[in-house]
Design a protein around this ligand. Structure first.
Ligand code: AMP
Ligand code: GLY
Length: 427
């Protein structure tokens, strides 16, 4: 089968690596891919949001399955469009992708189906004064302000006091977040540690495809601004067998069943972001795709064939699919351009990557890299994911940090404490 994978980040490099190893995969195309995915297949310069061009390519190359990595093309409707033309797509429909694309849709859905999440209230239109009056009346901080729409991970603000609330409201109501924040969701703050569960869904059934914890903040000790992810580890020690069973029964099963019952069956990767609160696990957010960098620590653990699982999902035949993992831990440290997620420079040469011996126990997944002539260069904020493997979480952390010593580029930055929070929960 010929496969087209859409996306260009570390997540897509990890997916490309696994898909290219499948006995079912004849040729893998990645659009647009990155220098790392080039080693797994053929990179093609296609813009995923130009659906007609994607269709033309699929028909010309006789692609059997299109796998969509990032959320933007899903929310924009790529699955409906391609399926409408008779092509197989792994990734949810536009309406199902609203679980990620609209926070209000997700919250209303969770209330309808009794899925544990933070209490909330949505505000529309001219909401600045209304929100202020509402929070003033309660006078409880922190509160959580969320732009309803996609905001590239920047749409959540957590003011600790009235001054920060005013600044946050300015940002959402009048600032750069305005387009995503036509509707604002105000949420109760949930205390606890975050962890994520990933489910493979075929519209009716689901199978867990891994657990992980990421590190969203820029600096050690969870300081600094939120980023797309500075590192992750899998499995999450907070989601051992019994807890995972509870999350499956109380959160994932009603989500999959609820979407189907409402006529919007969810097919694809369902990313369930959880807060492990004193009252039990509650949903922080849903995403309609795999996590990045969580994918980079989960996919290498998979022993069974990813492509077979994806094909079965698109056919609605996931039931009975045996998803097999190894029993090792994986940790990824993300090497970023200094300054990311704020301003940073790029186009610096990257040294050392080609000298590193990659094995199944030590891998490098590319994200923001580019090849200029024969030289690998930085091309984005998150540049490379270095993934270490170990019998224990501790060993996998050491392996990742030891491996990255050989890599360098100007302004290279990374957190030194990836995985450390997980060590508190393992013996
Ligand atoms: P989201 O985009 O909804 O995942 O939110 C981004 C981040 O904000 C999450 O990863 C949490 O760290 C934090 N967050 C979101 N909602 C809440 C909440 N209700 N209580 C506490 N923290 C939250
Ligand atoms: N690691 C967070 C995300 O993929 O949204």
């Amino acid at each position: 089968m010929k496969v087209l994978l859409i996306g260009s980040g570390g997540r897509e490099h990890a997916l490309a690596w696994a898909l290219s190893r499948s006995p079912l995969c004849d040729t893998l195309f990645i659009a647009p891919g990155n220098p790392g995915t080039q080693a797994c297949g053929v990179n093609v310069a296609l813009n995923a949001l130009d659906f007609e061009k994607v269709l033309e390519f699929i028909e010309k190359k006789e692609i059997g399955l299109t796998v969509v990595g990032p959320e933007q093309p899903l929310v924009a409707g790529i699955s409906d469009f391609l399926e409408g033309k008779g092509h197989s797509v792994f990734g949810p429909s536009t309406v199902a992708a609203r679980l990620e694309g609209s926070k209000q849709f997700a919250k209303d859905f969770m209330v309808r189906h009794d899925i544990p999440t933070a209490a909330y209230k949505a505000f529309e239109g001219d909401y600045f004064t209304q929100v202020l009056e509402y929070v003033d009346a309660k006078n409880e901080y922190p509160v959580v302000l969320k732009a309803d729409g996609l905001a590239g991970g920047k749409g959540v603000l957590i003011p600790e006091n009235r001054e920060e609330l005013l600044a946050g409201l300015e940002e959402l109501f009048k600032g750069t977040l305005r387009a995503a924040a036509q509707t604002l969701v105000l949420e109760e703050f949930m205390p606890g540690e975050e962890a994520s569960v990933f489910a493979l869904c075929d519209g009716e059934h689901f199978e867990i495809i891994g657990t992980a914890q990421d590190h969203k903040r820029q600096l050690d000790g969870d300081k600094g601004p939120n980023t797309g992810g500075m590192g992750a580890y899998s499995p999450s020690p907070l989601l051992q067998k019994d807890m995972l069973q509870m999350v499956s029964e109380q959160i994932i099963a009603p989500t999959v069943a609820g979407m189907a019952a409402e006529g919007n069956p969810f097919k694809g990767f369902l990313y369930v972001g959880l807060m492990m609160t004193p009252e039990g696990p509650k949903v922080v957010e849903f995403n309609c795709r795999f996590g990045d960098p969580e994918c980079q620590v989960i996919i290498p653990r998979l022993q069974s064939d990813l492509l077979t699982h994806l094909v079965q999902s698109t056919k609605g035949a996931l039931q009975g699919e045996d998803i097999v993992f190894d029993d090792q831990y994986r940790t990824t440290v993300v090497l970023v351009s200094g300054g990311y997620p704020l301003s940073y420079q790029k186009d610096f040469p990257i040294f050392g990557v080609d000298k590193i011996q990659q094995t199944d126990d030590f891998q490098i997944f590319h994200a923001g890299t580019k090849q200029y002539g024969g030289q690998l260069c930085t091309a984005g904020g998150r540049v490379l994911n270095v993934v270490g493997t170990g019998e224990t979480l501790h060993e996998s952390i050491s392996m990742a940090y030891k491996g990255l010593e050989a890599i360098s580029f100007e302004d290279m930055f990374y957190r030194k404490d990836i995985g450390a929070k997980g060590l508190n929960h393992v013996s």
